[in-house]
Design a protein around this ligand. Sequence first.
Ligand code: HEC
Length: 111
Amino acid sequence: MVHSLLGRAAWVFGGLAAAATLAFAALVDRAPAPPQAVPAVREVPADDLFAQHCALCHEAGAMTASLRAKPDREGTRRETVDFLHGHGEASDEEDVRIVEFLLGTQGPQTP
Ligand code: HEC
């Protein structure tokens, strides 16, 4: 008797859980797409990326000067992007933009 009651309770709870999951899925399905709160990396100016991820420990002017002083710009670009892979908290895509910003190899902000 107790055993069969438990069995029934398990069915009821299982059913409730399944219904809740379906209801949630239906709600989520109908919800409008949430507004893009975080702007895509492409839309954030590279100097903001630097300020966000690097300025705590580095000064943009000094870093720009030391990177641009190196003779092999493309090599420096590659090495620095590689280095940043394991350094700082920016994503790889952000790293590339930050390095291009520092080296002055990106379009609009090239001096
Ligand atoms: C928490 C502090 C911290 C943050 C944040 C940080 N760095 Fe560094 N960085 C250092 C320290 C300390 C060194 C020197 C030791 C080393 O090589 O790891 C360094 C070294 C470097 C170097 C090589 C040495 C040089 O001056 O040429 C580069 C390039 C660099 N960081 C770029 C960046 C960039 C770009 C970011 C942002 C994505 C960043 N770092 C974020 C602390 C930081």
